[in-house]
Unconditional design. Structure first.
Length: 180
């Protein structure tokens, strides 16, 4: 039987996002020329939450965007003949600091695809990576600049991030497959 363990509840997610928003502003030296870009799906909701926190604290209106990296995946041929492609919508990225936001960082392949797509839309001055959960297990030399929480998991473990906008509740869970 699959075992589920709660890693973060709604309050812990909220605290992590407040800290992450503050760290983004600090790392960027303010909010001038900063763009938040969420990776479809839950990265978009997290980017919107970070935007609200930063806008409220800094009295600004940060531009945001969303990326669907489906066509940039290095395993696209294994998905099937008709991959489902979501929306990519980006503000001007030229010369700006782009903060890519995602829910979970694992192998680094999603982030590599996101970087490829971002550079197809312009040449940012700088790119930062912001993730709610860093679970380790990298296959590529990619690391997050802003992290909500870090956990060390095995390759058979999974992290599920549920967000109220999409799932009706806020929780981060470790899903552990049964031992064979």
């Amino acid at each position: 039987m699959t075992a589920r363990t709660q890693l973060l509840d709604d309050r812990a997610i909220g605290r992590a996002l407040v800290r992450m928003a503050s760290e983004i502003v600090e790392r960027c030296g303010g909010t001038t020329d900063v763009v938040l870009v969420g990776i479809q799906r839950r990265g978009v909701e997290l980017a919107q939450r970070l935007k609200r926190l930063i806008d409220a604290a800094e009295k600004t209106d940060l531009p945001t965007g969303k990326l669907d990296i489906t066509l940039y995946r290095d395993d696209l041929q294994t998905i099937g003949p008709r991959p489902v492609v979501g929306e990519t919508s980006l503000p001007d990225l030229e010369g700006r600091t782009v903060v890519i936001v995602d829910d979970v960082l694992y192998t680094g392949r999603t982030v590599r695809a996101a970087l490829d797509e971002v550079t197809d839309f312009g040449r940012p001055r700088r790119v930062l990576l912001c993730v709610l959960v860093d679970r380790g297990g990298r296959e590529l030399p990619i690391q997050a600049d802003v992290i909500g929480t870090t956990v060390s998991l095995t390759a058979t473990d999974r992290v599920d991030v549920l967000l109220s906008e999409r799932d009706g509740r806020d929780v981060v869970e470790l899903v552990r497959a049964p031992a064979e």
